[in-house]
Design a protein around this ligand. Structure first.
Ligand code: 13P
Length: 233
């Protein structure tokens, strides 16, 4: 299966910095059939040129257009040539996006034929209660999501590992990805403090098809380095 290396810029970098980032990526990254690079920049950068990588929205509302002040919607994304979207990131769930809203968004963008990176992950409290509790929480986060949709990629991002500088242990990632693999044959990503030092080990864990990277991807040199690591892993 193709490796997917995705960068989530979250609400970081200016338009000038992202322009420079994409310019470097467009001239320095040699795409290969084995690697797919996706960048999820802030919405204001979704109109920039992406030649050898894919651009995706970090979030959008499930409507074509209309009276939805402050929201990105389908027609706007399509007009920019965007057909990737991330849904369910824990930072959005923490802002109040519940499973019903996420399921509605998922179904809407699935019907529109988008490729969807759908994020799930447990909090520290649940992790400390053990594997059964974690699996239950992840199953709830997958409720209503069509796991047979071939445009779907699932990103397992344990909340306690995000932005902490310490990724989950390989054995923990392996057991969760094994659990997810029983549910789907689609690509499974790991996210949470992935960087150029731990990426190779993470990509070699069974059932890990790629990574979703936050802070370590904010510098283009680092992202390029990680794309190289993924080519060799
Ligand atoms: P970090 O790589 O900064 O831990 O962020 C991970 C993440 O939330 C990607 O979506």
């Amino acid at each position: 299966m193709k490796r997917i290396i995705a960068a989530n810029f979250k609400s970081n970098l200016s338009i000038q910095e992202i322009q420079q980032y994409f310019k470097t990526l467009n001239s320095s990254f040699n795409p290969s059939k084995d690697i797919e690079a996706i960048i999820f920049p802030p919405a204001f950068a979704l109109n920039l040129e992406a030649i050898n990588f894919n651009l995706g929205a970090q979030n959008a509302y499930g409507a074509k257009n209309g009276a939805f002040t402050g929201e990105l919607t389908l027609d706007g994304l399509v007009s920019l040539g965007i057909n990737y979207i991330m849904l369910g990131h824990s930072e959005r769930r923490a802002m109040g996006e519940d499973q019903k809203l996420l399921t509605d968004k998922f179904n809407f963008y699935k019907d529109a034929g988008f490729k969807i990176v759908y994020c799930i992950g447990e909090d520290l409290n649940t992790r400390q209660k053990g594997q059964d509790n974690i699996e239950y929480m992840l199953s709830c986060q997958l409720e209503g999501i069509d796991l047979d949709y071939n445009g779907l990629t699932i990103a397992y991002e344990p909340i306690w590992a995000i932005g902490s500088g310490v990724s989950a242990k390989a054995s923990d990632i392996e057991s969760i990805h094994h659990f997810l693999r029983q549910k789907t044959n689609l690509a499974l990503l790991y996210g949470g403090s992935v960087n150029d030092s731990n990426l190779k080990e993470i990509l070699n864990i069974p059932d890990v098809n790629g990574a979703l990277i936050g802070s370590a991807a904010l510098k283009v040199e680092n992202f390029l380095k990680m794309l190289e690591i993924a080519k060799e892993a």
